[in-house]
Design a protein around this ligand. Structure first.
Ligand code: UGA
Length: 463
């Protein structure tokens, strides 16, 4: 059954949600205060790069299931279910989340709700926010008690947004246990096509649902920082963190995902979410989680500095060195450069006196806005022209496929710093390059042999 849905906030999260809800067969109106964004989406153009999402937009505009507006009253009149997907960035004056967009949204939307409605929060928020917003919405809405607020955290990854929304691993719905209402029933209608194919739905209290999202991102960030700390140990012992990650990853209790060592995590979510959680945990007087996340954040910052130090070491000195940076986006298959480790490293190198030229398949326009003083090149070849060192800092497929002969005659010095441990060192070293990764032995050791042995051992002991 088709539900009339409004989605407020058309950033990565909101736009993806709006488009994918239309794809599930619902009638959807997307709302944003930014009229340029609304205009672009209405004319079939995505305001950001996300594989596969453009087709979803096109298909659902054509089917007449999707439209966009800046008008809250149009949305309030139209929808039975209101999804809140505005940003909760880090506050400028501290670590906590800035909830001003979310608060402003409730202040504008709730007074327009004259008939029964369910509001579903999707943004990542400090625990306790949902209950506060629910009280405020009921207070402001003419429909009063007939307006419910539930929380439905989002777990999509940029680069996999469509797949993660249309085939999520799980759905979580936080409801106010003290006020049983229609939220679960409406959510089951909205997500029926997913529930019908077996996607699990966990119905929890409001606070648990808020914490599930925060805990997931905190755990992922800690996992990355753990492997980066192991890379520091490997660097001092000639061990190889890539092989180590593969070996421990065979244990299903540990798992292989999110154990890629390198320059660490960035983006619009993990860094600000762990800081907001630290701030909230401190408020709650839970020092242990705050301590874990402080260390995870410090290791992450150090991983970026490590890339600068390695580059300085291989170049001798930064002033006068020409550095090619391959990668600007915070991860591949995205044009998002928010808190991008690659650009942070590029900027630090330039501040250190190096002549830095950046290339990224999709992130160049956004990078130029944030770092207008860095050099930019439109191809791998021109970025690497005359370089004293080439740094691979975002593991786009086209960078992972690079081979020494692609760059042998282009660079001035054959030096490669692999900030994502995404290249095989052997062909580069065989072609006379200096290869430096993170937590990988500096000189050729036959790890390929031990890797094969590992696979053999693992399969021979598998049940
Ligand atoms: C993250 C979570 O993975 C999503 O589940 C969540 O919904 C989203 O935040 C959010 O809160 O909205 P995303 O920011 O798209 O998704 O990116 P990730 O895939 O988590 O990667 C984050 C960063 O960690 C990237 O910079 C990536 O390069 C880095 N990373 C990832 C590593 O350094 N090592 C790894 O092994 C994995």
């Amino acid at each position: 059954m088709s539900v009339r849905i409004a989605v407020f906030g058309l950033g990565y999260l909101g736009a993806t949600h709006a488009l994918c809800m239309a794809e599930l067969g619902h009638h959807v109106i997307g709302i944003d205060v930014d009229s340029t964004k609304v205009g672009m989406l209405q004319s079939g153009e995505l305001p950001f790069y996300e594989p596969g999402l453009g087709e979803v937009l096109e298909r659902n505009l054509a089917a007449g299931r999707l439209r966009f507006t800046t008008s809250y009253s149009e949305a309030a009149d139209f929808a039975q279910a209101h999804f809140l997907a505005v940003g909760t960035p880090q506050r400028s004056d501290g670590l906590a989340a800035d909830l001003s967009h979310l608060d402003a949204l409730i202040e504008s939307l709730a007074p327009l709700l004259t008939k029964p409605a369910v509001i579903f929060g999707k943004s990542t928020v400090p625990v306790g926010t949902a209950k506060r917003l629910a009280n405020r919405a009921r207070e402001l809405a003419p429909a009063g008690e007939a307006v419910e607020l539930a929380w439905n955290p989002e777990f999509l990854r940029e680069g996999f947004a469509v797949q993660d929304t249309l085939r999520p691993e799980r759905l979580v719905l936080g409801v106010d246990r003290g006020r049983p209402g229609r939220a679960e029933e409406v959510a089951r209608e909205v997500f029926a096509p997913l529930l019908n194919v077996g996607v699990p739905l966990l119905v929890t209290g409001l606070e648990t649902s808020e914490l599930v999202k925060v805990a997931a991102n905190a755990f992922l960030a800690t996992k990355i920082s753990f492997i980066n700390a192991m890379a520091e140990v490997c660097d001092r012992t000639a061990a190889d963190v890539s092989v180590l990650a593969e070996a421990i990853g065979y244990d299903p209790r540990i798992g292989r995902e999110f154990l890629r060592a390198g320059i660490g995590f960035g983006g619009g979510c993990l860094p600000k979410d762990i800081r907001a959680f630290r701030a909230r945990a401190d408020e709650l007087g839970v020092g242990s989680i705050s301590a874990i996340l402080t260390v995870a954040d410090d290791i992450n910052t150090r991983s970026r500095t490590r890339a600068v130090d390695i580059t300085q070491e291989v170049c001798g000195s930064l002033p006068g060195a020409r550095i090619a940076i391959l990668g600007a986006a915070f991860k591949p298959d995205s044009d998002d450069v928010r808190d991008s480790p690659a650009l942070d490293v590029a900027n630090q190198l330039q501040l250190g006196g190096a002549d830095v030229v950046v290339h990224d398949p999709m992130g160049m326009d956004n990078a130029r806005v944030r770092f207008p003083d860095l050099g930019y090149a439109t191809s791998i070849g021109s970025a690497c022209e005359g370089a004293d060192a080439v740094l691979v800092l975002t593991e786009w497929a086209e960078f992972r496929k690079l081979l020494p002969h692609d760059l042998d005659t282009v660079v001035r010095r054959k030096v490669l710093v692999d900030g994502r441990n995404c290249l095989d060192p052997n062909p580069w070293r065989e072609a006379g390059w200096t290869y430096r990764g993170f937590g990988r032995p500096q000189f050729s050791v036959s790890e390929s042999c031990s890797r094969a042995e590992l696979v053999e051992t693992a399969s021979s002991v598998a049940p």
